[in-house]
Design a binder for this molecule. Sequence first.
Ligand SMILES: *Cc1c(COP(=O)(O)O)cnc(C)c1O
Length: 376
Amino acid sequence: MPRPILATVHPEALRHNLNQARVRAPDARVWAVVKANAYGHGIERCFDALRSADGFALLDLAEAERLRALDWRGPILLLEGVFEPRDLELCSRLHLWHAVHCIEQIDWLAAHKTQVPHRVFLKLNSGMNRLGFTPTAFRAAWARLNALPQVEEISLMTHFSDADGPRGIAHQVAVFEQATADLPGERTLCNSAALLRHASTPLRGDGVTTLAGDWVREGIALYGCAPDYPENTAAGWDLQPTMTLASRLIGVQQLQPGDTVGYGSAFAAEAPMRVGVVACGYADGYPRHAPTGTPVLVAGVRTRVLGRVSMDMLAVDLSPLDAAGVPAEVGTEVVLWGRSASGAVLAADEVAASAGTIAYELLCAVAPRVPFSPPP
Ligand SMILES: *Cc1c(COP(=O)(O)O)cnc(C)c1O
């Protein structure tokens, strides 16, 4: 028998979450953001459930090739555009739409020989100061692109730094509206947080156009996590977990008061208790910084991690199961995040918050040694 750890992708949850985007932005088209191998789920494993999306957005050219290999003929957007001039050949050949965020990318396009003019998404730096043209440089970039025979259509794009938090998006929306006023082209502004929290905010003050614009770029919400946890939860947004990381107990220890668990003796029992040892550690992608108290489901019962996470194992408190008379022994199911066979759910958001990170990182970090169901 292989080591009993397994990650499971839930296609019906992906479908449900994608549909939630349609409900929240009924007039926009939806990019399913599948960068980082579909947030760790595997592009091939998610493809069928997401094929009703209007397009796929990612940034790795090899991942774009994998989508075309799945026979996806619809839009694919490279969120960071091309990294070197010869990438443009692949864009021409595979009909990839690409962001243009810097002068160099315009120079490369101007020198690119192609029969097929490209659709580009001109990116405005509206305040995040990561990628994009400053508001003062934006119009000149647009005019230059517009004059290129290599360019068929220019869409307008920006990205928010605080859609999930108290600072919000108003300051960036104002910059976007001013920089793009009177420019034609489709608009895309929203990531998951902006989609969930701000999609119906009016844009350009005309009361008709909303922030959802022509395209929303949905990532983490598609994968069933709340971008603004803990202010809101995935269940509160009516999102379902799309990945379960599950394993089993491979050992049980009876502790007496004063007995400790694991490296550094980071946990000490105060009363007699049983501890379960789980076949999952940081070499599987479970966060090593998850402290005592991090939630976990054992046989569908919510309990807590104890002591330090090791490379291949972690320990869990079996007291709640023993108190409830739920059997826990070698072989009992443990859910690190996702859905238990009992139907109980543990949000990756909760585990991430306990470990001082975000669900994005947990989903992307599931290690190559963890087998997936279904297989690729
Ligand atoms: C990753 C990414 C998204 C999706 O972000 P989520 O927070 O996962 O919804 C949207 N737009 C851009 C430019 C991105 O890089």
